[in-house]
Design a protein around this ligand. Structure first.
Ligand code: ACM
Ligand code: ZN
Length: 539
């Protein structure tokens, strides 16, 4: 009798042991380029598995720490890690993969263990992301890892997401949470839109009023410029120390931060602080409503040029990014046409209208080329929205094509680098369903997950050299109608999952139905982190 109790007890124990074992699934988002199932037995990951990384390499040590954290979060299993070149029952992290693509990686799983080999530390990081997404989110004591060889590399080198913190401010902690979300989706560029008509959000030491005055608006319009205001002051800015902290946090996750100072339009934050920089001399107010203001930087005032030189130089001190974004979008020429100083500048520069461009467009082009020289002088490169094509393109500019793809196509044909971010597909401030009545208020548009997924960044009609000018893809979250970070999460998830496959996978690999089958596993990670995601495409 006692004996049968014992056996029953043992069976029960064994039962719980087996039911709690989880099985990895390598069909993650973004889908790896190649997954070859092995014939060998699976590797079984348990708390006795070690993470090994090369010695004297801080980045790899940090990669090991990320993997430790991710595995602990997913499964509860806490692995030990140490510097070592080899070992059994281990996840071995190493660089040295021969590949033209520095972000490439391989994962090999055999009964002895797991090896992640990157073409660089960044490649290893993406291998870790794939491994992390392969392992089910479930408390367990062991994970069965089927034998496999995965080879993977991204299609595009620039994989961006933009966040506008000017219309609505986000705390440093929220920006870090944003960066964690980007890392989960293999996004490697955080385009940080820092200045606007509605608020200037970065400390500039030489111009303290930018944040003392320019970062605050007295109240905000309700709805879509209803004429009614909420009566609540809104503000916030990042000190240079905080911005550097964000840059470092992102860099640890192989994410480059591209700062944007939007000029010469979208400048009311600066004009309210330094009215002499505007054509009329003000007074100006940090805007309480949405839209495009006619009040922009005065091109006739030498101080404007001094101002943007100083601001860009401080920005380049904070941000090590090769790319610096100078905006350039939506700059009405209304005031320049009326302003004596601007007209005197046009005359002294000998700018003339022709059948392609007005004299004022030429003036904008002069200004953007000036900004580019400031950026180039420090060995950096300038990005601008596609309006920088108007009036003639600055010599080394990279064009961010947002009004559809035509600006990008024109720039590629002029041998300029291009980032595709068309508002037809990749504006995540748009609605994500046609059922807008039950959605929180958005700016408009309709860009559901399927439409985002369908985007092909390489337009027809370009030759091979021109196609190679399309260096990347980005989606943008403008925040006029995104009052807080919870709402930002809702607007970008799971559209960011669709985006990341557009950025990472060659178009021939894309398959929307298959993507939808893989999405629930990623959503388990969203749930784990309590991300606020939209559920329209989840069945
Ligand atoms: C933009 O959406 N104004 C670039
Ligand atoms: Zn002027």
């Amino acid at each position: 009798m006692r004996r049968s109790f014992l056996i029953a007890g043992m069976l029960l124990l064994l039962g719980t042991f087996f039911t709690t074992a989880q099985v990895a699934n390598y069909n993650v988002i973004p889908m790896p380029l190649s997954i070859e199932q092995g014939n060998e037995k699976a590797f079984v990951l348990t708390k006795n598995t070690k993470i090994l990384y090369p010695k004297n390499n801080e980045k790899m040590k940090r990669n090991a720490a990320f993997l430790t954290d991710y595995l602990k979060e997913n499964t509860g299993i806490l692995l030990k890690s140490k510097a070592a070149k080899s070992g059994g029952n281990a996840i071995l992290l190493k660089t040295g993969l021969m590949s033209k693509n520095s972000e490439a990686y391989e994962i090999e799983v055999s009964p002895k263990g797991i090896v992640i080999t990157g073409a660089s530390e960044a490649g290893v990081f993406y291998g870790i992301q794939t491994l992390r997404k392969s392992i089910p989110v479930a408390h367990t004591k062991k994970v069965k890892m089927p034998a496999v060889k995965i080879s993977d590399a991204p299609a595009f080198a620039y994989r961006g997401m933009m966040l506008d913190v000017a219309r609505h401010f986000c705390t440093v902690d929220s920006v870090k949470r944003w960066i964690d979300m980007l890392a989960l989706h293999n996004v490697n560029t955080f385009h940080w839109h820092l200045t606007e008509d509605q608020g200037w959000r970065i400390e500039i030491k030489k111009y303290p009023r930018l944040t003392e005055i320019g970062s605050k608006r007295t109240e905000t319009v309700i709805g879509r410029n209803s004429g009614k205001y909420d009566g609540k002051p809104h503000g916030g800015f990042y000190t240079q120390a905080e911005a550097r902290e964000i840059v470092a946090y992102a860099a640890e996750r192989y994410i480059n931060v591209v700062p944007e100072i939007d000029m010469p339009g979208h400048m009311l934050g600066a004009l309210a602080s330094y009215p002499e920089l505007g054509c009329t001399g003000g007074p100006y107010q940090v805007w309480r409503q949405w839209g495009v203001s006619d009040d922009v930087l005065c091109m006739g005032n030498d101080k404007t040029f001094e101002f943007i030189t100083d601001v860009l130089n401080e920005i380049m001190d904070i941000f090590p990014s090769k790319y610096i974004h100078i905006g350039g979008d939506e700059c009405p020429k209304t005031n320049w046409k009326k302003c004596e100083k601007c007209q005197a500048r046009i005359a002294s520069l000998g700018l003339k209208a022709d059948e392609h461009h007005s004299a004022e467009e030429r003036l904008q082009s002069y200004f953007i080329s000036y900004a580019e020289k400031v950026v180039n002088k420090k060995g950096r490169r300038m990005i601008g929205w596609d309006e920088i094509l108007e009036g003639g393109l600055a010599p080394d500019a990279t064009v961010m094509s947002w009004r559809g793809m035509s600006g990008g196509i024109a720039a590629a044909k002029m041998d300029h680098d291009v980032i595709m971010t068309p508002n037809s597909h990749l504006y995540f401030d748009h609605y994500q369903t046609k059922e807008t009545k039950t959605e929180p208020l958005a700016i408009g548009g309709n860009s559901p997950v399927e439409k985002v997924y369908s985007f092909n960044p390489i337009p027809a009609g370009l030759n091979a050299a021109q196609r190679s000018r399309i260096i990347g893809v980005q989606a943008n979250l403008w925040t006029e109608y995104v009052p807080n970070f919870r709402h930002a999460e809702y607007m970008v998830l799971p559209r960011m999952a669709a985006l990341c496959e557009v950025q990472w996978s060659p178009s021939y690999k894309k398959d929307y139905e298959n993507f939808l089958k893989r999405l629930p596993m990623l959503v388990e990670v969203y749930k784990l982190h309590n991300y606020n995601y939209a559920k329209h495409v989840l069945r």
